[in-house]
Design a protein around this ligand. Structure first.
Ligand SMILES: Cc1cc2nc3c(=O)[nH]c(=O)nc-3n(C[C@H](O)[C@H](O)[C@H](O)COP(=O)(O)OP(=O)(O)OC[C@H]3O[C@@H](n4cnc5c(N)ncnc54)[C@H](O)[C@@H]3O)c2cc1C
Length: 410
């Protein structure tokens, strides 16, 4: 029989680490669970940072992931200001930047990801902002209120959420997107078109098919040269060009890495005593190994990694999903977009929309705007692999929830 797991250490205070810590304690209430975060605060929700926090409606402190009592209410020891510098796998101990060592029986790496930086607009350059932490959001909140013209580089979810917040505050905003359309990684053309129109309607200029060439600092701002050959004057830039996994700790410790820490279906890395979860992880999925960057994945995979670190042996199975809030649009997606599947659109009223992708008589992906209830049903249709027809999905008179009553596929 293997030794009981007494000391569980979690590195990273995002949703993956926080849910891993709480699940580990639930799985083994006798375990000593310690969560290390390099940030100065209780773990907090990141999604509001680009929306309600920038609009001044909430602060990051209003949304602690572990609830109002924090992690201590769940029996977890939280070490703030505790950046982990190395993993000593032979000694089963982690080394903090201040030299302290903490022994572990099981370790969970949940170090998340970092905003990808552009060489022309390096982090720290005056008037240039990246958005990942509550400190970043605080700085951007202040800068936005002094700005007259914001340039956002990147027409993905975070860039567009920042653009929407800036437009609501009254800052003239331009978005540069190098791809032929916005949201190319997550939405179909029709859904992205509705989002694009909403921005246009609020006065945001979105320039698709246009990249950033260079940036020159001027006395009163920046001049951005674009791939279209023109210059844009602005006094603030936000870069939203994706995220890279914080997998350095794992790589330095000799764990298997492939653009993220590689784990098996139980969230175990190439070292049996080390688990990993969230944005930092590459894991086996139905169509090959993937890395996902969304909140629900971090929460769910963190929970499984925490339980398994405490002695369980559960597989992690997921249907990926995301959401985004821009103006009065609640944009969502669920499933594995295959691009080879058949596309079906369900006409809805107003600025609501639903688009489905079907493959072999099963729903594989759904995106929608202002259609939360339908998206929840679509997610369950995907999960249960219920047989569906294009005609039924396209018919707004047929509730998706009713289709759930059919027999799941065998
Ligand atoms: C501005 C913003 C808005 C978002 N909005 C949405 C949304 O609307 N919907 C959605 O689904 N997803 C959204 N996301 C994505 C979602 O928040 C992430 O996918 C999720 O936070 C990933 O969780 P994680 O725990 O894996 O990593 P993270 O949340 O990145 O947490 C990792 C933590 O580990 C810490 N850390 C890193 N290295 C070390 C170290 N060596 N030692 C100690 N601590 C360390 C980091 O400081 C961080 O606190 C958003 C992300 C951002 C940044």
């Amino acid at each position: 029989m293997s030794d009981p797991v007494h000391e569980i250490v979690i590195i990273g205070g995002g949703p993956a680490g926080t849910f891993a810590a709480m699940a580990a304690r639930q799985q083994n209430p006798a375990a000593i669970v310690t969560l290390l975060t390099d940030e100065p605060c209780e773990p907090y929700e990141k999604p509001p940072l680009s929306k309600a926090v920038l609009l001044g409606k909430v602060t990051a402190a209003d949304a602690p992931i572990a609830g109002p009592g924090g992690l201590s209410a769940h029996g977890v020891r939280l070490e703030r200001h505790a950046p982990c510098a190395a993993i000593d796998r032979a000694a089963r101990a982690i080394v903090l930047r201040d030299g302290r060592r903490i022994a572990y029986d099981a370790l969970v790496i949940a170090t998340g990801s970092t905003a990808r930086s552009l060489p022309q607009l390096p982090p720290g350059m005056p008037r240039v902002h990246y958005l990942r932490t509550q400190a970043d959001a605080h700085d951007l909140y202040t800068a936005l209120r002094r700005s007259r013209h914001l340039l956002v580089v990147g027409g993905g979810l975070i860039g567009l959420e920042v653009a929407a917040s800036a437009a609501e505050i009254g800052v003239a905003t331009t978005v540069l997107e190098i791809a032929p359309r916005i949201l190319a990684r997550v939405c179909d053309d029709h859904t992205a078109g509705i989002v694009h129109d909403a921005h246009r309607h609020r006065g945001v200029t979105i320039r698709t098919g246009t990249g950033l060439v260079s940036a020159v600092s001027r006395v009163d701002g920046l001049e951005i040269l674009t791939s279209a050959g023109d210059a844009i004057a602005c006094d603030l830039v936000v870069v939203g060009t994706g995220a890279a996994p914080n997998d350095r700790l794992g790589a330095d410790a000799g764990l298997a890495i492939d653009d993220g820490i590689v784990v098996d279906e139980t969230c175990r890395t190439s070292d049996p005593a080390i688990f990993a979860a969230g944005d930092v992880v590459r894991f086996p999925a139905p169509h090959g190994s993937v890395r996902l960057e969304n909140w629900r994945h971090a929460q769910d995979q963190g929970t499984v990694a925490g339980r398994n670190a405490a002695g369980a042996r559960e597989p992690y199975v997921t249907i990926p999903s995301f959401w985004s809030e821009q103006y009065d649009l609640y944009v969502q997606g669920a499933g594995w977009a295959l691009t080879a599947g058949e596309r079906v659109r369900r006409p809805l009223e107003g600025n609501s929309t639903l688009t489905f992708e079907i493959s072999a008589g099963r729903l594989v992906y759904a995106t929608g705007i202002n259609a939360q209830r339908d998206l929840a049903s679509a997610r369950r249709l995907i999960e249960r692999q219920v047989p569906v027809s294009a005609a039924a999905l396209a018919d707004p008179a047929l509730p998706l929830a009713a289709m759930l009553k059919r027999q799941p596929a065998r």
